[in-house]
Design a protein around this ligand. Sequence first.
Ligand code: PGA
Ligand code: MG
Length: 229
Amino acid sequence: MSLTGLFSPRWPGVALFDLDGTLVDSAPDLAAAVDQMLEQLGRSTAGINQVRQWVGNGASVLVRRALAGQTDWEPARPQDEALFKDALAIFYHAYGQINGRHSIVYDGVEACLGRLAEHGCKLGVVTNKPEQFVAPLLEQMGLDHWFDISIGGDTLPVKKPDPTPLLHAMEALGGTRGTTVMVGDSAADINAALAAGVPCVAVRYGYNFGQPVDALGADAVVDSLAELL
Ligand SMILES: O=C(O)COP(=O)(O)O
Ligand SMILES: [Mg+2]
C-alpha cells in the first residue's frame, strides 16, 4: 500500500496508536526508573541509550532485560525469581513517581490526531505499558482527550504482538479490519497488526529494540506522523 491515499477523508474509521516510541518519547523516564532500580539492587546503571532498546514488550520484560543486561534475556532460574519480583516492585514504585517527568510528545502527533478526529475517526491507544501508567502519562502529555479507549499491556491476558488487544480496541470503537489502522514503532506493533489483519503504519523515530523498522512488513513507514496528513 502506498502512503498516497492511505489516509483519506473517509478512511480510517478507527486509528489505534502505540504509546511509547510512537506518541511519546518516554525513554528518559523509563531509563531513570530502570537505573534507580539497578542502583537500589547494587548494580551498575544501564543508561538511556541502552534502556531505549529494551522498551516495547512491557514492564516485566524491560526489568528482565535490565537484570540480564541484554535484550535477549534467558528464562530466569527458579532461584532468580525472587530477585526479579523485588526488581519489578522497585521499578513500579520508581516509575510511578517519575512517569511523565521528562517525557515529550513527538512532533507531528497532535496535528495527526487532530486531523483524524476532525474527520470523525475514532482514536485508541494500544500499548504494552502497564495500564496504571497509561492514563497518568496521557494526561500529563495533554493527549488524553483524543482517545476513546486505551488498552494497556496488562488490561487483557495477552499483549502485543498478540493481535487480541488491537482487535479488542477495534471492536470497542466500532471498527472492522477494513476500516482500522494501527500506528506503531516496533516489531511488536507491526506483528500484532499483521496477525490481526489490520493495515499498519510504522514510525522510524521510535525504539524498535535498536533495529530499523523498514523491512518488517508495515504498509507504510514514516519519519513523522505529520507525513500522514
Ligand atoms: O512499555 C513498553 O514496553 C512499551 O510500550 P508500547 O507498547 O507503548 O511501545
Ligand atoms: Mg512502542
